[in-house]
Design a protein around this ligand. Structure first.
Ligand code: ZN
Length: 448
């Protein structure tokens, strides 16, 4: 079996593994709080040794309060024959997230103000929540709306939910220590119910990325992975880890990266931070030109991490970015739309970014005056003059190119990322040659 097919099989195995987790996680009713989130984390624990954190309801975190835990057992709308026309157990998007309990018989016109539907799409259920305003409602397709309207008698409406002030909000965390203290953050959100791109794609990309790093034994930096409910989860996490979070160098926020539409790169609020440059280099090395979204304070938890008290630059790689695909925040963001293979491709890009950030280092030449004699060290092709001539071999040429760039910039003020940008060489090629030069003693990394 050739090397390519071995690699091919590894990729296919990973895609299948992601696909299996997608299928298992998709039906779970997640929210800001509750059993669905715990169940999700228990499944993710099969991938990584995620530590589960519980923040008690009612506690204050900066300007916010952790909400009561939402318990949802069942919800339906029945006609007078007792037939369920709307059934939460079939699809958890059918009720407004965090709905208050209700058990009532009512006419369609009494119920109608509580029904949310999408204009212009009769097949999709919209995703709606009412986290901080106690309210209740159902989300229905246009077809379901018409069915309900045609019922002549009373409708039996039930939301079997409860708010538990003794409950808590659940988060997941995995910290991986590298050689040095410098730490990066990877954060994703777990609060969305049955939608695949937003955000099972982010959850699985983050979990598999964390697994790689957890298994890696040559990490330079430390990495902190967090899985939390959007906004309140990030705020609570920052509150409880304030001192350490203020030292985080930068972050990535995997979200909506499982479609097969356009690639996207949302830059950090700084725009030209190491994080931004690493993402751009990773895309360039794979010959992908993503849509470049300049920073705006919307989107996801980058707003919290980059808020004035923290200012952590955070970037996102997406594929079919939130807001921009027609299935967004509807029941059509499903497993027909998102496949394990697309998530695996995003994962590969995130891996490249993490590798760049983790391995990046300034470096110094041990022979800085004039260029070192490579031939004596077995680093230069022995027949002089062949370089840059036809037939001299592309590999030899690009290796020599990497050697000369690395040695030329080895003044202690340049890092590998800059060298890749200036030389146009792939980071992975540069890193390999960098390894050879450090082994030969010509270059010394300066990791601080
Ligand atoms: Zn969303």
């Amino acid at each position: 079996m050739g090397e390519t097919s071995v690699r091919g099989n590894v990729v296919i195995a990973e895609e299948r593994e992601i696909e299996e987790f997608l299928n298992r996680l998709f039906p779970i009713a997640r929210s800001l709080t509750g059993e669905g989130n715990r169940e999700t984390f228990r499944i993710l624990q099969e991938i990584i040794p995620l530590e589960i954190i519980e923040y008690p309801s009612g506690t204050t975190v900066y300007d916010w309060t952790i909400p009561d835990e939402w318990v949802i057992r069942d919800a339906y709308i029945k006609d007078s024959d007792g037939q369920r026309l709307i059934d939460f157990s079939e699809c958890n998007l059918q009720i407004v997230g965090y709905s208050s309990p209700v058990r009532q018989k009512m006419t369609f016109s009494e119920l109608a103000p509580r029904l949310h539907l999408l204009e212009g799409n009769s097949e999709a259920i919209p995703y709606r929540t009412s986290y901080y305003n106690r309210d209740w409602g159902f989300c229905v397709t246009g077809v379901q709306y018409e069915q309900l309207r045609e019922v002549s008698g009373l409708l039996e409406v039930c939301i079997d939910s409860e708010f538990n002030p003794e409950g808590s909000m659940t988060l997941g965390e995995l910290r991986i220590r590298g050689e040095i203290e410098e730490e990066y953050l990877v954060s994703t959100y777990c609060c969305h119910p049955s939608m695949a791109n937003d955000n099972l794609s982010g959850l699985l990309t983050t979990a598999f990325l964390a697994r790689d790093l957890y298994r890696e034994h040559t990490l330079q930096r430390s990495w902190r992975f967090v899985f939390l409910p959007e906004t309140i989860g990030a705020i609570a996490y920052l509150y409880h880890n304030e001192r350490e979070m203020k030292k985080i160098r930068g972050g990535l926020l995997p979200t909506t990266c499982g479609g097969n539409g356009p690639w996207g790169f949302k830059e950090s609020f700084l725009g030209d931070h190491l994080i931004d440059r690493a993402v751009q280099l990773a895309f360039k090395d794979r010959c992908i030109q993503p849509i470049h979204y300049t920073f705006v304070p919307d989107g996801s938890d980058e707003r919290q991490y980059s808020s004035p008290g923290f200012r952590i630059p955070v970037a996102t790689i997406s594929r079919d970015k939130y807001y921009e695909y027609s299935q967004y925040h509807t029941s059509l963001d499903n497993l027909d739309f998102v496949k394990g293979a697309s998530i695996a491709e995003s994962l590969a890009l995130y891996r490249d970014v993490v590798r760049i950030l983790d391995q990046n280092t300034c470096y110094r030449s041990t022979v800085p005056c004039g260029e070192p004699q490579l031939g004596r060290r077995g680093l230069y092709p022995s027949t002089g003059g062949g370089i840059n001539q036809p037939g001299s071999g592309e590999t030899v040429e690009s290796e020599l190119n990497a050697i000369t760039w690395l040695l030329f910039l080895a003044d202690g003020n340049h890092d590998l990322l800059t060298t890749a940008e200036r030389s146009g060489l792939k980071f992975s090629d540069l890193l390999r040659v960098f390894g050879q030069l450090t082994v030969s003693g010509l270059i010394k990394p300066i990791l601080n």
